[in-house]
Design a protein around this ligand. Structure first.
Ligand code: HEC
Length: 81
């Protein structure tokens, strides 16, 4: 019974802290700096494309699928038209 409660708690707590929608950004964009720099400012799609290619020049590694997910997450939450 206690085990059960602890387990349920764990799921709820981790669920709250890692917003699944942005976890792709946390995985890839928090290696060199805090993801805060990503969330701080909204940018246009063009600016994000430029910025991410700049990050790639600095050493960011993404497969084409990961890159698509990163852009989806950025465009959905942190972009201005
Ligand atoms: C290989 C290291 C590295 C990774 C991985 C990385 N960045 Fe960066 N990023 C940097 C460095 C270094 C700077 C600060 C220096 C600069 O702006 O020239 C920076 C700065 C930034 C800034 C602030 C720039 C500004 O002009 O305000 C943003 C926004 C940003 N990164 C977004 C991202 C995003 C989004 C990702 C994930 C897709 C990412 N970064 C992944 C190295 C990295």
């Amino acid at each position: 019974m206690i085990f059960c409660l602890v387990f349920v708690n764990f799921v709820i707590v981790t669920g709250c802290f890692s917003g699944p929608r942005n976890s792709i950004l946390e995985i890839h964009c928090s290696k060199c700096h805090s993801v805060k720099v990503v969330y701080e400012k909204k940018r246009s799609k063009k600016e994000w494309r430029k910025l991410v290619s700049g990050m790639k020049r600095r050493g960011l590694k993404l497969t084409p699928e990961e890159e698509k997910e990163v852009f989806d997450a950025l465009f959905e939450n942190y972009s201005v038209e």
